[in-house]
Design a protein around this ligand. Structure first.
Ligand SMILES: *Cc1c(COP(=O)(O)O)cnc(C)c1O
Length: 444
C-alpha cells in the first residue's frame, strides 16, 4: 500500500475558509492577491490562503496540511521556521525595525555574499529582485554610456518597465511591451532574443553590439519552468559581451544560493574554465523569506553608483536590519558542509521518482534539476526555449496540479514555474509526493 498524506485523512479539497477569504480579498485587493500568480488564474480553482508554515509544510485556512514545493517561490531553502533563523530574527526585532542609517549586519551580509561568489567585488542591498534588476540595468547603462539592452524571451527579471517586453518582428525592430502602461519609448531600447539560439545572438551582436549596455540572462531559467542555457550558448554570450564591451549580467534572483553555494555561475564555471559574469542580481534566498535583494559586480562598475558615482540608486528600507539578520542566519546554515549535496540528492530523488512513475504509466515526462531547484514538463524531451515550453499540454498540467493539490501536495500553480525543495523535505515527504503522482499517472 502506497504512503498517503495521512495528516488529513479526509483529503485536501476543503476550501470554504479559503473561498470566503478570497471573496473578501477581491473586494479590497485587485484580483484578491498581491502578486498575480497566487490567484490560480492559470490552473483555475480556489487559491489556498495560508495560515502558518513549518518545515516542509504549510497549513491553509481550512486547517489542511500541504507539502510545500514552492517555499515562497524560492527563498525558503531551509524550510519554514528554521530555529536558528527565528532566533536571529527575534533578536534583531528587539533592537529596532529600521534606522535609515548604516549597520554592521549590512556589511557582514555584503562580505558573506562576495566571499561566496567570486565574480563579485561589491554589492548593494535593496528590497526586491525587481529593484535589483532595474538598478543593475541603470548602472550598466551609466557605466557604458550606452542605451540598448538585450534579454531573452521567457526570462523574467522583475516588473521594471523596460523589461516587460516580448520580441518584435526581426532583429532590426526592438521589443513590444507585454503590459499596458508601458510606453513604446520605454521599451524601444530592449532587444528580445530567443534563448539558446547562438545564430540569432551573433547576428544581434553584429548589428547592435557596440551600442548595447548589457545582456541580462537567467542562466538556469526558472521562469520557463526549468530551462538551462547550454554551455555553448553561455560561452558565446560571454565571448560576445567581452568582444563588444557589453556588461554580462546574470540574474540569479532565483538560482543564487539555490542551485549551489556559488550560484548558477559556479555551475557554468565547472564547464567553462574561468567563467564569470560582469554583474549579478540576487534576491529570494539571500533574504531567507524577508524582503531583501542585491546587485553586484566588479569594483570599477559598482563604484559608479551614488554616492561615489553618477548613477543614482537609493532605498528607505534597503539593508533592513531584520532582513539582513534573516539573510545572514540563512546563509550560515546553507554554508555548512554537505548542504547542497544533500539538497540536490533529495531533489533528484523526487524528480527521478516522478519520471519513473510517468514512464511506467506511459505519460510523456521530462525533468531537470540543480541543487534545490527543479522543473518537469509533460513533454517527451526537455525544451530549450520559450516556444518549446509553450508546447506543453496545459490542460493535462492543470489536471496534474489539481490532483496533487487534492492529495496535499502544493506545486506551482502554473506550468511556467520551477519548483523548490528545501532542506526540511524528508525522504518520507518525497515518497508521499511520488505516491500521489503515481496515482494521478495511473488514472489518466
Ligand atoms: C523572482 C525573480 C525576480 C523578481 O524578484 P521580486 O523579488 O519578485 O521582485 C527577478 N528575476 C528572477 C530570475 C526571479 O526569479
Amino acid at each position: 500500500m502506497a504512503l498517503q498524506n495521512t495528516e488529513n485523512p479526509v483529503g485536501h479539497s476543503e476550501t470554504s475558509r479559503s473561498q470566503a477569504l478570497f471573496e473578501r480579498a477581491k473586494k479590497r485587493i485587485p484580483g484578491g492577491v498581491n502578486s498575480p500568480v497566487r490567484a490560480f488564474k492559470a490552473v483555475g480553482g480556489t487559491p489556498r490562503f495560508v495560515q502558518r508554515a513549518q518545515g516542509a509544510y504549510f497549513w491553509d485556512a481550512d486547517g489542511q496540511r500541504f507539502i510545500d514545493y514552492i517555499g515562497s517561490w524560492g527563498p525558503m531553502i531551509l524550510g519554514h521556521g528554521h530555529p536558528a533563523v527565528i532566533e536571529a530574527v527575534q533578536k534583531a526585532m528587539l533592537e529596532g525595525f529600521s534606522y535609515g542609517a548604516p549597520t554592521e549586519r549590512e556589511v557582514e551580509l555584503a562580505e558573506q555574499i562576495v566571499e561566496r561568489v567570486p565574480s563579485l567585488d561589491m554589492v548593494r542591498l535593496v528590497s526586491s529582485g525587481t529593484e535589483a534588476a532595474m538598478s543593475a540595468i541603470r548602472l550598466a547603462r551609466g557605466a557604458t554610456g550606452r542605451s540598448k539592452i538585450i534579454k531573452f524571451e521567457g526570462c523574467y527579471h522583475g516588473h521594471a518597465d523596460a523589461l516587460l517586453v516580448k520580441a518584435g518582428s526581426g532583429l532590426a525592430t526592438f521589443g513590444n511591451a507585454t503590459s499596458a502602461g508601458v510606453p513604446p519609448e520605454v521599451v524601444q531600447h530592449t532587444l528580445v532574443l530567443e534563448y539558446n539560439n547562438i545564430v540569432e545572438l551573433e547576428e544581434a551582436f553584429s548589428l547592435h553590439g557596440s551600442s548595447t549596455a548589457c545582456l541580462m540572462i537567467e542562466p538556469i531559467c526558472g521562469n520557463m519552468n526549468f530551462v538551462r542555457a547550454s554551455v555553448l550558448f553561455m560561452k558565446r554570450c560571454r565571448e560576445l559581451c567581452t568582444q563588444y564591451g557589453v556588461l554580462f549580467i546574470f540574474d540569479e534572483v532565483m538560482t543564487g544560493f539555490r542551485v549551489a553555494l556559488g550560484g548558477a555561475q559556479s555551475v557554468y564555471a565547472k564547464s567553462i574554465p574561468g567563467f564569470k559574469p560582469d554583474m549579478t542580481v540576487m534576491g529570494k534566498v539571500i533574504g531567507g523569506g524577508m524582503p531583501l535583494a542585491a546587485f553586484g559586480g566588479t569594483r570599477d562598475v559598482m563604484e559608479q553608483l551614488a554616492p561615489l558615482g553618477g548613477v543614482y540608486q537609493a532605498g528607505t528600507l534597503s539593508g533592513n536590519p531584520i532582513a539582513t539578520a534573516c539573510g545572514l542566519a540563512t546563509l550560515h546554515e546553507l554554508s555548512k558542509p554537505g548542504f547542497y549535496e544533500a539538497l540536490g540528492a533529495r531533489t533528484q530523488s523526487l524528480m527521478t521518482g516522478m519520471s519513473a512513475a510517468a514512464a511506467k504509466a506511459g505519460v510523456p515526462f521530462s525533468t531537470d534539476s540543480e541543487g534545490g531547484m527543479m522543473g518537469f514538463f509533460l513533454l517527451d524531451k526537455l525544451p530549450h526555449n520559450y516556444a518549446a515550453v509553450m508546447k506543453t499540454d496545459s490542460a493535462l498540467f492543470n489536471r496534474f496540479f489539481h490532483s496533487m493539490l487534492a492529495q496535499g501536495i502544493y506545486l506551482a500553480p502554473a506550468l511556467f514555474e520551477a519548483g523548490f525543495v528545501s532542506a526540511a523535505h524528508t525522504a518520507e515527504d518525497v515518497e508521499i509526493t511520488l505516491a500521489a503522482a503515481t496515482k494521478f499517472f495511473a488514472e489518466i
